[in-house]
Design a protein around this ligand. Structure first.
Ligand SMILES: [Zn+2]
Length: 317
């Protein structure tokens, strides 16, 4: 066993982000499986595990936080992760019948369930994270930051049973390399620009409460998520109240790229309030920004429709 430094562990997790196949595409499968493995480890469960042990959790996570139908490919990351980060991040032990199976082609879901395959974090990585709980939390945050908008982090962690509070101070070697100052500055500029364009109101429900002079409960949402290449420009932003921001990032509604009407998913159910509740906004026009140049660009709306919105769409009456 090799003792890995925090820097080496960070590099292995970071290499995953730089893999060319993930550029510009929303690919939550591998990060979610790794987060599942980190959650297990945080609860003291070391060692490899069979695919069936995590299948149900992965299916649930991909259904809630992945693109439509992502759950149907839930077995892929368990197999393909072994080829990432030079094979030093994820390791599989294969039974004889799968030992000659081509690496580039995953076995079927049924085969992976039935075979005596075990997998998990590479033992060196597991050891480094097990002995440094703060590093484990840092890697979990890195995966979340690289894959999902902030509005979903706590929800995902809660489904995973993952505690994102850094335990104590960062261990021995060096402070975290992860500097969020630049990011916060950038986020603030984007927020100001988008909220101003929509005159400080939610473009779905018109929510515009102020406390004194301060607008509250209003957020700037990226239409194409920033962590998958969505730029910080007004035409990729929507001014939304906290509730609509969350519903938008979960794919409960989107905007029709051609008509800019609010479209709710068939998976979003009206509940007891029926059409007087959330669904009253279905089919309504977006509340327009002050200038037409700030209108959402179709390219970003198409991205959101394809990658985030939970299809099928409800029909317009
Ligand atoms: Zn709203």
């Amino acid at each position: 066993m090799t003792v890995l430094s925090s820097i080496e562990v960070r590099r292995l997790f970071d290499d995953l982000r730089r893999a060319p196949s993930t550029a510009g595409r929303y690919a939550p499968h591998k990060p979610l499986l790794l987060l599942l493995a980190l959650a297990r480890l945080q609860h003291g469960r070391t060692g490899q595990f069979g695919f069936v042990e995590v299948e149900e959790s992965l299916r649930q996570l991909l259904t809630e936080f992945g693109p439509s139908n992502a759950r149907n490919t839930r077995h892929l990351p368990y197999w393909h992760l072994q080829s990432d980060s030079g094979g030093h991040l994820w390791q599989l032990h294969l039974p004889a019948e799968l030992s000659q199976h081509p690496r580039a082609k995953a076995p079927s879901l049924t085969l992976l369930r039935g075979a005596e395959v075990t997998g998990g974090l590479h033992p060196d990585v597991e050891q480094a994270l097990h002995s440094n709980p703060a590093l484990l939390v840092e890697m979990a945050r890195l995966l979340l930051d690289n894959t999902f908008p902030d509005s979903l982090h706590e929800d995902i962690a809660s489904v995973l049973g993952l505690d994102l509070t850094p335990p104590g101070q960062f261990a021995k070697e060096e402070p975290p390399s992860y500097d969020s100052t630049a990011r916060r500055r950038r986020d603030k500029a984007f927020r100001d620009q988008v909220l101003r364009a929509y005159e400080y109101r939610c473009c779905v429900c018109g929510f515009d409460l102020r406390l004194g002079h301060l607008p509250v409960g209003l957020e700037a949402a990226h239409i194409q998520w920033h962590n998958v290449g969505g730029p910080d420009i007004t035409t990729n932003g929507l001014s939304l109240c906290s509730l609509h921001h969350k519903l938008f990032d979960l794919g409960a509604f989107t905007l029709a790229p051609d008509s800019l009407k609010v479209v709710f998913s068939e998976h979003a159910l009206a509940g007891s309030r029926g059409l007087s509740g959330e669904l009253q906004h279905h089919g309504k026009d977006l509340l327009r920004p002050v200038v037409a140049e700030a209108l959402p660009a179709p390219v970003f709306l198409h991205w959101n429709w394809t990658n985030v919105f939970k299809k099928d769409a409800r029909r317009f009456a």
